[in-house]
Design a protein around this ligand. Structure first.
Ligand SMILES: [Fe+2]
Ligand SMILES: [Fe+2]
Length: 339
């Protein structure tokens, strides 16, 4: 049952309106303050608001309603004895959807109430559906990106969970850097693809347990540029961001990384973030060519390489919150589903 809130200082009008609208659940307040309180607690589908009230006019009530995020979209119909286009104009400027003069025609009032309640409910349902669909698309996007990236990871007989963890750590580092949710979410998805270029690296190099010779190492290093070229022409910004991460995640702060030897802030922020996230997880993880490092050694490594291999600010975030990152790493060892 749709809910209607009546705010009117004349009790007779409240009684009359309530009797006219039996198909709705009606709430009533005799002044603006109580009306605002009811609006926030009841969250009605429509508000019938009197203009001429002592203490707080209907215009002021409307202004306040529109300033409260979760009730600002509730349609307001002004009810008043004030006749004239000036009053109507003010009402519409305040954000009202309609304006009905007292004394009113019962059937016209009922029809208008019905129209606005239906419109509002339709709009709310549509908004909820869009929100739900957007969330579905976000999850699907992440999952498809993750599955694509896992193809490269499976070639090197990794678990695939490395990608998910690097993505989570990149997201967290981004958050600590004060970026907004949209940007952090983009980095989270894009960083999943950091090693996508490994699809182009021969299996015998990816899975060689011994140290790679110079030629093999040079081939291995091409995965950065390969990944970049796979993604850079995408029409989607998040994929172009992934291209940058693929290209730069092995660059070093001191310029001794690959493929371009870019240094300092000339490396994109996302590249510097993913470099920290990738090495943090790789050191803790078991690989064909190495045993997992213990937490103390990993911490020491970042302390030593802060400002040398890694952006000092990002490495400091990791070090300052090291226990939290380790806890996250442990909890992600068990995660198999999309976050
Ligand atoms: Fe890589
Ligand atoms: Fe990686």
């Amino acid at each position: 049952m749709a809910k209607i809130l009546i705010i009117d200082d004349t009790p007779e009008y409240i009684t009359m309106l309530t009797a006219l609208l039996p198909e709705y659940e009606v709430f009533a307040a005799k002044d603006g303050k109580k009306g605002l309180h009811l609006a926030e607690t009841v969250i009605p589908d429509l508000i019938l608001l009197d203009i001429n009230m002592p203490l707080m006019t209907g215009y002021e009530v409307c202004r306040r309603l529109k300033s409260i995020e979760r009730i600002r979209n509730i349609p307001v119909i002004f009810l008043t004895a004030n006749d004239g286009s000036d009053f109507e104009e003010i009402g519409f400027k305040m954000g009202a959807v309609d304006y009905i003069c007292k004394p009113f025609n019962a059937s016209v009032l009922k029809a208008r109430v019905k129209t606005h309640v239906n419109l509002y409910q339709l709009q709310s349902n549509l908004q909820q559906q869009v929100k739900k669909d957007t969330e579905e698309i976000r999850k699907l996007n992440y999952e498809i990106t993750y599955i694509s990236a896992s193809i490269a990871e499976m070639k090197s007989k990794e678990t695939g969970q490395h990608l998910r963890r690097v993505s989570e750590f990149s997201y967290l580092l981004c958050k600590f850097l004060g970026k907004d949710e949209t940007e952090c979410e983009q980095v989270k998805i894009a960083s999943v693809l950091h090693d996508i270029g490994k699809v182009g690296i021969p299996d015998e190099i990816l899975n060689k347990p011994e140290k790679l010779n110079v030629e093999e190492w040079n081939t291995m290093k091409t995965h950065s540029k390969l990944g970049y070229s796979m993604l850079v022409d995408s029409e989607f910004e998040s994929m172009r961001l992934a291209a940058r991460i693929a290209l730069e995640h092995h660059e070093r702060w001191d310029g001794k990384g690959y493929p371009n030897g870019t240094s300092g802030e000339a490396i994109s922020l996302v590249g510097r973030i993913c470099a920290v996230a990738d090495v943090f997880d790789s050191l803790l993880d078991r690989r064909v060519y190495k045993e997992p490092w213990n937490e103390v050694d990993v911490k020491e490594y970042f302390e030593k390489m802060k400002g040398i291999q890694f952006d000092p600010q990002i490495a400091s975030i990791l070090l300052d919150n090291f226990d939290m990152f380790i806890d996250t790493w442990k909890s992600l060892l068990k995660v198999k589903t999309v976050s």
